[in-house]
Design a protein around this ligand. Structure first.
Ligand code: NAD
Length: 376
């Protein structure tokens, strides 16, 4: 008997159904392969954030959602209202909102393991010292302090209190700068001859603390040129032995009454490698590192922005772009310190590195002022 219309359509339906089921299970398999189901959270250390300004609000607080080992449990702020708003958003108990006078009472709060200091540079030393005396581990924003002497006191106090002290050099904790370090030191591009690095932006409001010498410690060099300096040191893996520098600042510009605008500096490393770096508060945004070896080069641009980093490597006569995972720099650096505290390990960017950089920057200012090469 020939098949009826309803037989045909049932067969068709069954066939399609089987096919759809097969596609469905294939899709499920590949989704399961793609989807990395995270482990349940392990132990997280409690963090207090000191200073609720732009960096804290726009970068650090949102980064806790990506942390595996760190959670925010306290705020230190001059504005109770701001603290309460952010406490409601990030699930911080309002009893854990402190101000700059009650800061030392963190000593009696066992929920807080680590203090992150996100204040103007000139305040890092005082709040690190008071924080260590309160028995807490410290992450301080860069630059570590205004002077090498302040850095030495911070290191001594953390040591006395047997607490860890880390400088927030976030680029050391993200994949692109680490790949640049790897390529630079691997020998693939040959012996490093030169590192070029430029960092700067055109600064706005002349009344902001970054343009106040007492609060900032200096101008563009202390704030953004420090990225150029760091890059030259971490790509070569060396500390400079001498520096020279030139400065250009238009003192009639209301922004530059107290601090410098452009500072170009050169550094010589023990291997013979030379670094050529620029720093400015008066030019269009720059964020660039290029390491040039005898047989190739590697560069990042943007090199130190929060997101969107890009890498190119030239080996022989081929230039390739390298795509790496984009990681949240702040989550990575905070989890590093939490991990070091939990495992009692040394941090990658300790206070000693912040001190080294303050010594180099002090030498750069001296070289710019005197026009002479300064030995380190
Ligand atoms: P900001 O001006 O936005 O915030 C500073 C905070 O300090 C504000 O909450 C302010 O109220 C508070 N504060 C307390 N006392 C103050 C005083 N006497 N004068 C001015 N402010 C006072 O600054 P920011 O951009 O958040 O920078 C804070 C720190 O973070 C600086 O050390 C800066 O160098 C560093 N920073 C680092 C990065 C990075 O990528 N790692 C980026 C930006 C800033």
């Amino acid at each position: 008997m020939p098949p009826t219309f309803s037989d045909l359509s049932r067969r068709n339906f069954l066939k399609q159904g089987i096919a759809a089921g097969a596609v469905g299970s294939l899709a499920t398999a590949s989704l399961a392969q793609q989807l990395q189901v995270p482990e349940p959270p392990g132990r997280k250390l409690g963090w207090a954030i000191v200073g609720l300004g732009r960096l804290s609000i726009n970068q650090i607080l949102p980064a806790f959602a990506k942390c595996e080992k760190s959670r925010v449990v306290a705020f230190v702020t001059g504005s109770r209202e701001k603290g309460e708003k952010l406490a409601a958003r990030y699930g911080v108990n309002p009893k854990n909102i402190y101000n700059y006078q009650t800061y030392d009472a963190l000593r009696d709060n066992p929920e807080v393991d680590i203090i992150y200091i996100v204040l103007p540079n000139g305040m890092h030393a005082e709040y690190t010292i008071r924080g260590a005396r309160a028995g807490k581990h410290i992450l301080t924003e860069k630059p570590m302090a205004n002077t090498p002497k302040d850095c030495e006191e911070m290191i001594a106090e953390a040591r006395r209190a047997n607490r860890k002290l880390m400088v927030a050099y976030r680029c050391r904790y993200e994949p692109y700068n680490n790949e640049l370090i790897k390529v630079s030191r691997s020998g693939d591009i040959g012996k490093i001859r030169v590192v070029l690095s430029d960092h700067g932006f055109n600064i706005g409001d002349p009344t902001q603390w970054r343009l106040n010498k007492a609060l900032a410690g200096g101008g563009s060099l202390m704030d953004i040129g420090l990225y150029s300096l760091q890059a030259a040191c971490y790509t070569t893996g060396e500390d400079p032995i001498e520096v020279s520098a030139m400065e250009f600042t238009d003192r009639s510009d209301p922004r530059f009454k107290e601090v410098e605008d452009v500072i170009n500096f050169q550094m010589r490393f023990p291997s013979g490698a030379l670094a050529q770096c620029t720093s400015s508060y008066g030019y269009a945004g720059q964020s660039r590192i290029r390491v040039i070896g005898a047989g190739g080069w590697a560069e990042l641009e943007p090199a130190t922005s929060y997101t969107g980093l890009r890498m190119r490597v030239r080996l022989g006569n081929r230039t390739e772009e390298r795509d790496l995972p984009q990681r949240d720099h702040f989550a990575a650096e905070m989890d590093h310190l939490s991990d070091c505290v939990m495992q009692n390990k040394d941090v990658l960017t300790p206070g000693e590195e912040g001190l080294r950089d303050l010594k180099i920057m002090t030498a750069i200012y001296e070289a710019a002022r005197t026009g002479k090469t300064v030995k380190l």
